[in-house]
Design a protein around this ligand. Sequence first.
Ligand code: NAD
Ligand code: TDX
Length: 349
Amino acid sequence: MQKSILITGGAGFIGSHVVKLFVANYPDYTIVNLDSLTYAGNLENLKEVEGKENYHFEKIDLLDEKGLEAVFGKYQITDVIHLAAESHVDRSISDPLAFVKTNVIGTVNLLNAAKTAWKELDGHLFYHVSTDEVYGSLDDGGFFLETTAYDPQSPYSASKASSDHFVRAYANTYGMKTVISNCSNNYGPNQFPEKLIPLCINNIKNQKSLPVYGKGENVRDWLYVEDHAAAIDVIFHQGKSGETYNIGGWNEWKNIDIVTLLCEIMDRKLGNEKGTSAQLITFVKDRAGHDLRYAIDAGKLEKELGWKPSLQFEEGIEKTVDWYLSNEVWLKSVTSGDYQNYYDKHYGE
Ligand code: NAD
Ligand code: TDX
C-alpha cells in the first residue's frame, strides 16, 4: 500500500523537522501536516517543503472530530505520527485544562478517527511521540528505562502519560498497531523561545535577565532536534508494534551550566568582553513541583534498531546559537504579541 502519513503538530518545533525529513527522504510517501497553528505553530518553519508535490498542510484542531475524519478520508491516511500537543510545563501549571483538551482528548479523537478510517487495523501504524517526563523525577540516580513505572509530576507530564495510556489501551482493546517513543529535552532551530535554551539566547541578545529557576541545580538530558527526528524515522520504519522506545542523548547538564555555557558562546559571537552576559543570570522563584533530574537510557533503541545521536552537544549548541542569530525575523515575529503577554505575566516584567 502506498504510504500516506498524517503528521500532527508539523508546524511546531520537533514536528517541523520530522516533516522536512520525511518529505525530503520519502518522495513516494504523501505527507500531510495537520496543525491548528497555536502560538507554537509557525508555517515559517516549513518554507523549504512548501509547494513540494508530496507535501500537504491542513489547519485543523485535534478537538475537531469531523475535521479529523475528513482528513483521513481525503488523503486515505495509512499511518499517523502524532506530535501535536501543548508542550510547555510552565503553561501547564497556569492552565492545566488546555493540556487535558489537546493532549488527552485530542489524542483520543485522533485514535478514534484512525480506528474508524482503518477498517482493517493491520498494515497501519499509530505512532505517538511522547516525553521522558512521564517517568517522573530521578532524585536518587539511575536512568529511565522503557520499563520504568509512570510517575508524572506536572500537569503537562500527567497529560502526556494519560495520552500514552490511551494509545496502549487502543492497542490492547482494539488491536491497533501502535508504537510510542519517550524522548528527553530537545534543542535546536525553530524551538519557541519560552523554552530554556532559546529563551536565554534571545534574552542575551536583548540584554535581558536570564531567569534560572531555584538554584539551577536541576538536570536535563539534551538531544539535538534532528537526532530526534532521525530516531522517529528509524522507529516508524523498523520499530516493533506494541513497543516503547526511549530516545536520549546521554548528555546530562545542570541548568546553571547550560546557561553559563550559552553566556560564554554568546559573548564570543557578539564580540563582548568575557563574563559580560553572565552578569544577566538571575536566580528566580523555583518552578512549582520542579522535577530534579531526567536521564534516559537509550540502550534499547541503539541495540535493537541501530540509532545513535550523531551530534556532540558542543557542536549542536553552536549550530543552534548561529541559527537564532541569523534568523532575527523569525525570532522577532514569534516574540511579539501573545508571547510578550505570556512573558510579562510569567516573569513579572
Ligand atoms: P511545540 O509546542 O513546538 O509544537 C506543538 C505543535 O502542535 C504546534 O505546531 C501547535 O500548533 C500544534 N498543536 C497544539 N495544539 C493543537 C491542537 N489542539 N490541534 C492541532 N495542533 C495543535 O512542541 P514540540 O516541542 O515540537 O513537541 C512536539 C511533541 O514532542 C509533543 O508531543 C511533545 O510532548 C513531545 N516532546 C517534546 C520534547 C521537547 O523537548 N520539546 C521532548 C520530548 C517529547
Ligand atoms: O526560564 C526558565 N528558567 C529555568 O530555569 C525556563 C523556561 C526553564 N528553566 C528550567 C526548567 C527546567 O529544569 O530549565 C529546564 C528546562 O526547562 P524547559 O525548557 O521549560 O523544558 P522542560 O520543562 O525540561 O520540558 C521540556 O522537555 C521535555 C519540553 O518543554 C517538554 O515538552 C518535553 O517533553
